[in-house]
Design a protein around this ligand. Structure first.
Ligand code: PEP
Ligand code: MN
Length: 341
């Protein structure tokens, strides 16, 4: 961090300010130019609040050199993180560190028949994980809100039937007690900056699939991950799921460039959601391929056995047949990228 001091600042105030900075655990290198004094902070500056420094009357400019996140930062952890999830049959499914995680299933759990049928078909095609929302964050309070506890129980039945580990969205921390059998907790776009929820998840021992908020920057996503990691839970999977832009052809705009950026700056696995980012089922196969070609560690894709009758997100849900063809292509892409499915 570099701090430029305002010209004409009283010498004793500068000395006091340096002492204040050093108390925060950093070394301060002072350089007195002809025009201005500049302070170079060396050490861990992640806990220093740059905005609070800017508010001080003797500070002219503050420039952050280091990223504000530490635990999620690749420079503190050069190797890729791999998230291992144990399966009921005694196996392990991994995401990241050379492993592609393919998460497939309906937007919402709707009935026993639906979730079992979709789970069986995606398993047959080679998916590694089953997704299904039991608690749905819907824009309208009058839309289907998910089956709640019953939805979680049905997911457990589908897990037992297929052996697939399950991924489901948690909206408030008191739902955690019924998520005992859920293998990966999804935190949706709308809750990415629910800081009290993120803090609670820091004490939870399950992997967290953290989706990027649709109006959040890449740094904000990494800071959200940092919240969870700072509490002790380091098993986080980042997910690019599209952001809001001026274009309305697609539901959101898939920011595919976020994939190599996140992978460059963080060691955490990064997956892409081609369903919510486009909102259109016919685009899902091409965007899934693009995601893997861009270096993603997997995808989370909505699959429904009858998209036309889906209670949520039917327009973006692919059928089990389309998913099966997509898996055939993904297997080829995995070979090109040197990744294991
Ligand atoms: C979902 O995965 O069903 C979902 C609601 O996702 P997002 O939070 O990305 O909108
Ligand atoms: Mn959905």
């Amino acid at each position: 961090m570099i701090i430029a001091i305002k010209r004409g600042s009283p010498a004793e105030e500068v000395i006091e300010f340096i002492a204040f900075l050093e108390k925060q655990g950093v070394k301060v290198h002072r350089s007195d130019g002809e025009e201005q004094t500049v302070l170079g902070l060396v050490g861990d500056t992640t806990k220093i609040d740059a905005d609070a420094l800017r508010a001080r009357h003797l500070v002219d400019k503050v420039i952050r050199v280091q990223e504000p996140y530490k635990m999620a930062n690749r420079s503190f952890h050069p190797d890729d993180t791999r998230i291992d999830v144990s399966t009921d049959g005694g196996g392990v499914k991994s995401i990241g560190g050379g492993f592609l995680g393919i998460i497939a299933g309906p937007c919402s759990v709707e009935s026993r028949e639906q979730i079992i049928a979709v789970a069986q078909s995606v398993k047959k095609s080679g998916a590694g994980f089953l997704r299904g929302g039991a608690f749905k964050p819907r824009t309208s309070p009058y839309s289907f809100q998910g089956l709640g506890c019953e939805g979680v129980n049905l997911l457990m039945e589908a897990k037992k039937e297929t052996g697939l580990p399950v991924v489901s969205e948690l909206m408030t921390i008191n739902q955690l007690e019924i998520f005992d059998g859920v293998d990966v907790i999804q935190i949706g776009a709308r809750n990415m900056q629910n800081f009290s929820l993120l803090r609670e998840l820091g004490h939870c021992c399950k992997p967290i699939l953290l989706k990027r908020g649709y109006a959040n920057t890449i740094t904000e996503l990494l800071m959200a991950a940092e919240y969870i990691m700072a509490g002790g839970n380091e098993r986080i999977i980042l997910c690019e799921r599209g952001i809001r832009s001026f274009d309305d052809y697609t539901r959101n705009t898939l920011d595919l460039a976020a994939v190599p950026i996140l992978k460059r700056h963080s060691h955490l696995p990064v997956i892409v959601d081609p369903s919510h980012s486009t909102g259109l089922s016919w685009m899902v196969p091409s965007m899934s391929k693009a995601a893997i070609a861009a270096g993603a560690d997997g995808i989370i894709v909505e699959v429904h056995n009858n998209p036309e009758k889906a209670l949520c997100d039917g327009e973006q849900s692919i059928t089990p047949d389309v998913f099966s063809d997509l898996m055939d292509t993904i297997r080829k892409y995995a070979v090109i990228e040197g990744k294991t499915l």
